[in-house]
Design a protein around this ligand. Structure first.
Ligand SMILES: C[S@@+](CC[C@H](N)C(=O)[O-])C[C@H]1O[C@@H](n2cnc3c(N)ncnc32)[C@H](O)[C@@H]1O
Length: 268
């Protein structure tokens, strides 16, 4: 279980999760997904229901379930899905001890979740238990070291390194994307694939995409700075300068940004 969840559970964070899912809707969330009407899906670590909302709209006729540790998330998710006209079976609970019977679901889905866990293997063992034979799992996570910018910035590198330290200190794993293939195989999944998807934008071709990506990352990176200062007593001026250099990529005609996000799948 996570010791100190870095994003918290404020109203702003719940809105951020909705915006984040909109941002990644086509490029990640529904990418390469083929679910059929009448099948059942469980999202583990479903947060505010943002991703269930996208999947529910894209795949009408799917039966949805979701679980999250935090009651505030599940309350928000129920309202959010109701507003979208979607019906879902949502539960408050720990994904390392799923309150469903063996062989319950056709699909398990998780995104931006395993990176927060100290024991992801236990969660994946639960996922395979509740999947029907032949059922699929789809996981999406990044490796924070891969978020790089031009022009280069010492202060941004320091901020990026500190973010990784913060995730580790909170019980998570900032490099999770790279581990997905091994973890799925170790949990007993077959036909495991882990694809490294590269997202790269540069100013002279697509300044809007550069701006969109920088603004998206800033929406979760900026709130981590006070935590880094408090927990590691780091220099807040240098961290803020790193964030500033990150923002300034948007104004630089030679600016560029890259990130690698891993999409892993397996079959029970
Ligand atoms: C970054 S949010 C992602 C939510 C959702 N997947 C999305 O993309 O919008 C991670 C969520 O995992 C939840 N979480 C963390 N540890 C958990 C656990 N052991 N079991 C269930 N949920 C957990 C947190 O409460 C949080 O809502």
């Amino acid at each position: 279980m996570n010791m100190d969840y870095i994003h918290g559970y404020s109203d702003d964070e719940q809105k951020r999760l909705i915006q984040q899912a909109e941002y990644w809707k086509n490029d990640l969330i529904v990418r390469d997904i083929n679910y059929n009407s009448g099948e059942s899906l469980l999202e583990i670590g479903c947060g505010a229901g943002a991703v269930l909302g996208i999947l529910g709209t894209a795949f009408p006729g799917l039966k949805f379930s979701g679980i999250d540790l935090e009651a505030k998330q599940i309350n928000f998710a129920s309202q959010h899905l109701k507003q979208l006209g979607l019906d879902a079976d949502l539960k408050i609970g720990n994904a390392s001890n799923l309150p469903w019977q063996d062989n319950s679901f056709d699909h398990v889905y998780a995104i931006w979740f395993l990176e927060h866990l100290s024991n992801p293997l236990k969660v994946l063992q639960e996922a395979i238990r509740v999947l029907k034979p032949g059922g699929t799992i789809t996981l999406t996570e990044t490796d924070y070291r891969t978020i790089v910018i031009s022009p280069d910035s010492e202060n941004y590198l320091n901020l990026n390194y500190s973010l990784c330290e913060l995730l580790i200190q909170s019980g998570g794993n900032p490099y999770m994307g790279q581990s997905l293939g091994n973890l799925l195989t170790q949990s007993g999944f077959k036909t495991v694939v882990n694809n490294a998807l590269t997202f790269h934008y540069f100013s002279r071709q697509d300044p809007k995409k550069v701006t969109g990506f920088i603004d998206y990352v800033s929406s979760w990176l900026a709130p981590t700075i006070p935590q880094i200062v408090e927990k590691f007593n780091k220099d807040s001026e240098s961290l803020s300068a790193g964030l500033n250099d990150f923002h300034n990529v948007k104004n630089n005609p030679d600016g560029a940004v890259t990130a690698v996000i891993y999409r892993a799948t397996g079959i029970k």
